[in-house]
Write a protein that binds this ligand. Structure first.
Ligand code: GLC
Length: 422
């Protein structure tokens, strides 16, 4: 038996030696090839379940630079918190490439968590113009646009047709139809994403922007929210809950819950991102063939959507920065961007795809979406965006539950935002 133990010891030595060899080999490789090797890609919940398959294409052709997908929760705030925990500190974390929400670029860059990228390495000129700005901070490129997004109003076309009505263009139209037509059919009127998380910040900002207001001015250092427009915007949402044409249940909705309510035929109108329109139109959906999408309404005509989407960034501690950049080039190539739309139901950042006749035939909402993206308003660019958003969520939720009047909510918003930006 002694030989087994001896062999075991020998094996151990061999393993140690080999591990040391591989480790130093990898280090040598890093410098020799500019940092090529395996990667991890962290992303928020993949709501359409396409990204793993899409990365298989890369893994097949790049066996030495394989990427492992790490899927985080589908609430933007929880994803941000997990990424921040991973990136904070001097130690290398688990994540090399990060699919970050467009509004996190400033915070992550200012904190030194992600590294600046050379502009000439990526096809920035082929992207829709507003998305490139979300990837820059302090005049430098810190990420590469990957997916864009703009809110749309989904509606039950079958019901409006039966009533001889056009889809709403103004808040008054929406309120009227949500309040009177929906109950006639046993439906709830209108919902968006009203749980306190990033989605509520988005919905509140859209209401404020649509009424002509703003939340922060300049580069996010001036508080501009104390205005009649902000009161009107928050008042619109609060009135909906008070009058019942926004169901109370909507105060618990994120993207997925609100999509399910609409897709199962319980809602007349839904504010959501285009992926929800694609899902609700797909074969097997109870409302397939019976829905439409238009730009978000505002007080006197079309309103303003918030610019959504995500950018690909490279962690400052990335193990293989060259491979990280190569993966980003792959994911933003025209071929893969097309798959982002056809397989992921997500809006690509490549401008040309919105005018591709074959894609427009398959995704008839593309021209509306393009307009909505081009006219969408970005969220405030602030290195303290996370705190700004937390304040907006908390205060607006209190206005929706009736704890505050819209006037009091706007005053409190101004006060609390002032404390953050000061
Ligand atoms: C979507 C958008 C993103 C936004 C989030 C809010 O994922 O693309 O920008 O922050 O929804 O829930």
């Amino acid at each position: 038996m002694r030989w087994i133990r001896a062999a075991g010891r020998g094996l151990l030595v061999l393993v140690v030696v080999l591990t040391g060899y591989v480790a130093s080999g990898a280090r040598a490789d890093d410098t020799a090839t500019g940092g090529r090797g395996p990667l991890t890609l962290a992303t928020a919940g993949d709501l359409t379940g396409y990204l793993g398959r899409l990365l298989e294409g890369w893994n097949r052709t790049h066996p030495d630079e394989r990427v492992t997908l790490v899927e985080l929760p589908d609430s933007a705030d929880e994803t941000r918190a997990q990424m921040a925990t991973d990136l904070r500190g001097d130690q290398r974390g688990r994540f090399d490439v990060l699919n970050i929400d467009v509004n996190w670029t400033s915070e992550f860059a200012a904190a030194g968590w992600i590294r600046p990228l050379p502009r000439d390495r990526f096809p920035l000129g082929t992207f829709l113009p507003p998305v490139v700005d979300t990837a820059t901070y302090d005049g430098r490129l810190y990420a590469v646009p990957y997916v864009t997004n703009a809110g749309l109003l989904l509606y039950r076309a079958d019901i409006l047709e039966r009533e001889g009505l056009d889809p709403p263009r103004t808040w008054a139209d929406l309120e009227e139809m949500a309040g009177t037509v929906a109950p006639k059919y046993g439906l709830d009127g209108y919902a968006g994403q009203f749980l306190p998380y990033e989605g509520l910040t988005v919905n509140a900002a859209e209401a404020v922007y649509s009424a002509g207001g703003t939340i922060l001015g300049g580069e996010g250092e001036r508080v501009t929210v104390d205005s009649a427009a902000a009161r009107e915007g928050i008042g619109f949402l609060a009135r909906g809950v008070r009058e019942g044409w926004i169901p109370e249940e909507a105060l618990t909705y994120k993207e997925e819950e609100s999509k399910r309510a609409f897709q199962s035929g319980r809602l007349l109108f839904l504010r959501n991102w285009p992926y929800a329109y694609v899902g609700a139109s797909a074969e097997g959906s109870p409302v397939a063939g019976r829905i439409g999408a238009v730009p978000l309404p505002g007080p006197d005509g079309p309103g303003t959507s918030v610019l959504g989407g995500s950018n690909l960034a490279v962690s400052s501690h990335a193990r293989h920065p060259d491979s990280a950049a190569r993966l980003i080039t792959y994911l933003t190539s025209e071929r893969v961007q097309r798959q982002v739309l056809t397989r992921g139901a997500l809006p690509p950042v490549r401008a040309g795809l919105y005018e591709d006749p074959e894609l427009v035939r398959r995704f008839p909402y593309l021209p509306t979406l393009r307009e909505s993206v081009l006219t969408a308003a970005p969220r405030p660019k602030s290195a303290r965006y996370d705190q700004v958003s937390l304040v907006v969520q908390a205060v607006v939720h209190d206005a929706l539950t009736g704890r505050h009047t819209p006037e009091a909510a706007v005053r409190r918003l101004a006060r609390e935002l002032d404390a953050i930006t000061r």
